[in-house]
Design a protein around this ligand. Structure first.
Ligand code: ADP
Ligand code: ZN
Length: 731
């Protein structure tokens, strides 16, 4: 252990807190001393805040004024690799360290003293009399299975006062107990037999096993069509990691974290993994955070932010559906969990597995260049076959106005329903209609706070701004010309498509899967399970359905508007369309019955549509990579997006112009700055948005140059500067 690793009482230590201060603060080590990495509580002005002992203090202050650390918290100290990771991630994303520490301590009650605590869970008794409030409490208890809550959380989730819960305790319907805090998770047994693997699966699993056994850093792209058994294969890598006595993390897009997935893990290892996502109780969050640090959990399955858990000895990170855009955190600390997974693994001798049917171009290029290993699974497991894909040329189809399902597609849907199979109609547009127009004056109803059109949501009976969430009732008269009864919806959203489906297939059971139609992630997951069990004939869905769900009866996918993603000037438009269409089509025919995917398009000759239909993926990636390379765009060049926003339109442009003028720090590394220009969405929540784009060659030290550049000017108080390294979206 290095000499600085322990600080005796009274020694100066630097403590990093989650408070937005420029640097770590000096304190004196408390009685009993403390280790580097210790979680501590320190006085800050009149308050006590949480922090981490980051290293020796810097000194240089009046020694008499330096206060002692309040106390050392009952949690495993943060390891060297974790601290190194947070610092490197902060440098990479230009995020201040306190914000990084906040990401790494997102569990409630970390500062609570040890000892048992009072928890509430489902009791044996029943309420004598059911009231609305009581029913809500019982619902929450059922919804979370056997989970334990603290009193405040249970009351808040049920939307009742704590006295309602207490009343249920008296009747025995809720059990109140003193539970020991934060027990370790049941041990997962890697020795249980997995499924018998097919030949290519076994070879893939063997390579991953060997990589994990090497206990060195490495990244592998595991590319395989949906249904090829990627999950079965990477679970073997997890098994090896557990055998080595190290911890494993499987990251999934939040929405793919289904009960089905968790029970697959349980089947394989005989116990449930630690879960980290928005549907986990605070009690469980705290337990998982602490057990990650103490080594009391072997496998964690989680959403993006699980990457910031303080694992004691992480040996493997799997990023499933690695192309998924939800891995990019788009507000606060702007990080891409996929890239940060690679960084974290490289600092703790861990392996990374990036699994996808349609990897993002960056990953594909890294594999081509030999930076990542690559394993391909080319066929679906068992008898399941890839769906046949065809275009429906909409120029040749006859459609009435306000109808979006072509006769060809309608006939295919009808045939499926009659055969007792399911059809999915895919339209990536929430709500009823994307635009509401006045037939008298042509006015389109927009958001009062944003530069966006309001989207009609009939289900909510309101207009909704998809930028800021503002809603308002549908007006009776045109807000511009005052004409009554002339407002009309233009274009389809999933709700409107559902209306068409109900008219044309009156006997079919229809399910609409759109994120805004479900109150909670759990409600959505239940719906998905119901559909998978045959509870619907026609599924209408947004991109929500593209992600990893298994609908065994689904044999037809109809894409209502395959051209939708090809419009717009986004750098990644082609890539995104390609991924989305392949993913959606991959939903069809996942079990014995063969599937068909039909794409409605007005441009069947478009290179992206052709690549989707022909299935020549490598050709698509090669062409796309060549285009990016010629333009010096990522991953062959580097970008940083700068968004300035302020209620003051003149002020924000002035600041942007001044930044653009002072580009010397950027020119020093040969980088160019473009803009300022109004952002595509030029106003959000009353703030005017201006973008600058910095483009640099690969391999230059971009972040320090950006920091120097932006650091030259102090922004006015009402102006926010946000820097997005490797931006994924440009709104
Ligand atoms: P992917 O992750 O590539 O979409 P999965 O691992 O989910 O594929 O496999 C698709 C389906 O096939 C799952 O239901 C899975 O249990 C099944 N499966 C895959 N490989 C095997 C195998 N070797 N033995 C039995 N079932 C398998
Ligand atoms: Zn708005």
């Amino acid at each position: 252990m290095p000499e600085t690793a322990f600080f005796h009482e009274g020694m100066l230590v630097a403590v990093l807190t989650t408070e937005p201060l420029g640097r770590a603060l000096d304190y004196r080590a408390p009685p009993g001393g403390c280790f580097v990495g210790a979680f501590v509580e320190v006085p800050l002005g009149p308050r006590r805040v949480m922090g981490v002992v980051w290293g020796p203090g810097e000194g240089g202050f009046d020694p008499a004024k330096i206060r002692p650390v309040g106390r050392v918290l009952d949690a495993a100290p943060m390891g060297d690799a974790m601290r190194a990771f947070l610092m490197r991630a902060a440098d990479y994303t230009l995020t201040p360290m306190p914000a990084m520490l906040r990401l790494a301590t997102r569990a409630p009650g970390l500062a609570d003293p040890p000892g048992p605590r009072r928890v509430y869970r489902r009791g044996r008794g029943e309420p004598d009399r059911m009231t609305d409030a009581r029913a809500r409490v019982m619902d929450v208890l059922d919804e979370y299975g056997g989970a334990a809550f603290n009193l405040g959380e249970l009351a808040a989730l049920a939307g009742v006062s704590t006295s309602v819960v207490k009343g249920l305790v008296k009747q025995g319907a809720v059990a109140e107990e003193d539970a020991p805090r934060d027990l370790p998770y049941p041990r997962l047994d890697p020795g249980l037999p997995g499924k018998a693997l097919a030949e290519d699966q076994a070879a893939a699993a063997e390579r991953l096993r060997a990589a994990v056994a090497s206990a060195r850093y490495g990244t592998t792209l595991l590319k395989g069509v949906t249904g090829s058994g990627k999950t079965e294969v990477y679970l073997e890598a997890v098994a090896e990691c557990l055998r080595q006595g190290r911890q494993a993390l499987v990251l999934l897009p939040e929405i793919a974290l289904t009960a089905e997935f968790l029970s697959r893990v349980e089947d394989r290892f005989g116990a449930r993994p630690g879960e980290w996502h928005s549907g986990v109780t605070q009690t469980e969050r705290r337990r998982l955070w602490r057990m990650a640090g103490e080594g009391g959990v072997g496998l964690v399955v989680g959403a993006r932010s699980a990457l910031f858990l303080p694992f004691r000895d992480l040996g493997l990170i799997v990023v499933d559906e690695e192309h998924d855009t939800s891995y990019k955190q788009e507000d606060g600390a702007l990080y891409n969990a996929r890239d940060m997974a690679v960084l974290r693994a490289s600092l703790c001798d861990a392996q990374v597995v990036l699994a996808s049917a349609t990897p993002c171009l960056e990953t594909w290029v890294n594999a081509e260049a030999g930076k990542y290993a690559r394993i391909d699974l080319t066929s679906r497991f068992g008898t399941a076959e890839l769906p046949e894909m065809r275009a429906i040329d909409m120029r040749a189809e006859k459609l009435e106005t306000n109808r979006w399902i072509s006769p060809t597609l309608a006939a295919a849907v009808r045939a499926r329903i009659e055969g007792g199979e399911q059809a999915l109609l895919f339209l990536n547009r929430r709500g009823y209609a994307p635009v509401t127009i006045c037939r008298a004056c042509g006015h389109q109803i927009g958001c009062d706070h944003c530069d966006a059109r309001m989207v009609e949501h009939r289900f909510l009976k309101r207009l909704v701004c998809h930028q800021c969430g503002e809603t308002k009732p549908m007006p009776e008269t045109c807000p511009s010309c005052g004409a009554a009864g002339r407002l009309a919806p233009v274009g389809p959203g999933v709700e409107r498509l559902a209306e068409e489906v109900a008219e044309r297939f009156p006997d079919a059971r229809v399910a609409v899967l759109s994120s805004d139609l479900f109150a909670s992630a759990r409600a959505l997951k239940e719906k998905i399970a119901e559909i998978a069990g045959g509870g619907a004939d026609i599924i209408i869905g947004t991109q929500l359905v593209a992600k990893g769900h298994n609908f065994p009866l689904l044999t037809l996918v109809g894409v209502i508007d395959a051209d939708l993603g090809l419009q717009g000037s986004d750098l990644r438009a082609a890539e995104r369309t390609f991924q989305l269409m392949r993913q959606v089509s991959g939903r069809a025919g996942r079990s014995e019955r063969p599937g068909v995917a039909l794409l409605q398009t007005c441009q069947p000759e478009h290179p992206v549509i052709r690549a989707i239909l022909s299935g020549e993926e490598e050709a698509f990636w090669r062409a796309e990579a060549a285009e990016r390379q010629a333009a010096g765009m990522p991953p062959f060049g580097r970008l940083a997006g700068i968004v300035l926003s302020s209620p003051d339109v003149q002020g924000v442009f002035d600041f942007g112009n001044e930044l653009a003028r002072r580009d010397a720090p950027l020119r020093r590394i040969g980088a160019q700055v473009f803009g300022p220009a109004p952002a595509p969405i030029a106003r959000v929540r009353g703030r005017h948005r201006v973008r600058l784009l910095v483009k640099a060659a690969k391999g230059v030290a971009l972040q320090p140059a950006l920091a120097d550049w932006v650091g030259q000017l102090r922004p006015p108080a009402n102006l926010r500067v946000s820097i997005d390294i490797d931006p994924q979206s440009f709104w």
